[in-house]
Design a protein around this ligand. Structure first.
Ligand code: GLN
Length: 309
């Protein structure tokens, strides 16, 4: 079903776009520098399958940290809650997503949560499969099922660009390997992780993932359960407590929905039982969240009374 352009959303996008000038496109992954800082688009997917949008929703984005929620879901399905949380914790860090500090000063054998890079790398390590290719294919099939789009794949350019420059993430892996959190080859894990982060889709696909979480793991059109209800609940809880990095507290106050952002400028939102939201706005604030995307969500939260609190 095509996504209908909405005049109401368009007005909000035009208003929020004014903030793009205060943000900056991520540049530590060289390929992401190519994004246009003033882009902003949104798609909202409803449980009845209708969709409203504003901006250029055909524009593709890579998931980056948004993929962490999806690999968490898959690892929970693969290994169960107990084994996953033996390796990673439940608590927000208050630090930037790529920080190493808490690993050293709090607990080197357990990254604090699955949404920071250290925790996400430990989670990707848990995804089952015969080899890296098989594990990547499992992640891709899962994402294709969530989006109901068999064409979703990863961007080779973005994956390569991150793989070649991800020295900080490599150091997190080596640190965790030293302490037995992971025991596979670091280059192989980095290969898988950078491909997972480079999975590419448009805002509508992103909104479709949002609606599956909003509906507790069921795709509302096909009525198919894709994620067990407890796994969806755990993922949404982490989206609330850690989904917007070290700005999650403020986001909970200002917007009040489970959401996950990525440094590509994507935000996936899940408004319980109501909407899936996909946003793309590559200009980021100093915490790494889409600056205009956040503004847009704040305005939407007021206009449509989205906060769950
Ligand atoms: N691939 C990115 C990284 O590991 C994802 C980070 C993010 O989106 N915050 O650095």
């Amino acid at each position: 079903m095509p996504c209908k352009s909405s005049e109401e959303l368009n007005e909000l996008v035009l208003e929020a776009k004014k903030y793009t000038k205060y943000g900056k496109v991520a540049d530590y992954i060289p390929e992401l520098k190519k994004a246009h800082p003033h882009d902003l688009s949104v798609a909202i997917y409803h449980p009845n399958g209708t969709c409203r949008s504003a901006g250029d929703i055909q524009q593709k984005i890579t998931l980056q940290s948004i993929s962490k929620v999806l690999t968490l879901a898959l690892a929970l399905i693969d290994c169960g809650e107990e084994s996953v949380f033996r390796k990673v914790g439940y608590e927000p860090t208050g630090d930037p997503f790529n920080s190493i500090i808490k690993l050293e000063i709090m607990n080197p054998t357990k990254p604090l949560n699955p949404m920071i890079n250290a925790g996400a790398l430990a989670v990707t390590h848990m995804i089952k499969g015969k080899n890296i290719e098989d594990r990547l294919n499992r992640i891709l099939s899962f994402v294709q099922e969530l989006t109901n789009n068999p064409n979703v794949t990863y961007s080779q350019e973005v994956a390569k660009s991150e793989f070649e420059t991800a020295h900080l993430n490599r150091s997190l892996c080596y640190y965790m390997k030293q302490y037995g959190v992971i025991n596979e080859d670091v280059e192989e894990l980095m290969d898988l992780y950078t491909k997972q982060c480079a999975i590419e889709m448009d805002c509508l696909d992103l909104a479709r993932i949002g609606i599956v979480f909003a509906m507790d793991g069921v795709e509302p059109i096909t009525n198919k359960r894709i994620i067990p209800v407890d796994v969806a609940r755990i993922c949404k809880t982490f989206m609330v407590t850690c989904g917007m990095y070290n700005a999650s507290g403020e986001f909970a106050v200002r917007v009040g929905i489970p959401a996950k952002s990525g440094v590509s400028g994507g935000i996936m939102g899940a408004v319980p039982n109501r909407f899936g939201i996909g946003i793309f706005g590559p200009a980021l604030d100093d915490k790494g969240n889409s600056i205009a995307g956040l503004k847009l969500l704040e305005m939407m939260s007021i206009k449509y009374a989205l906060s769950m609190f």
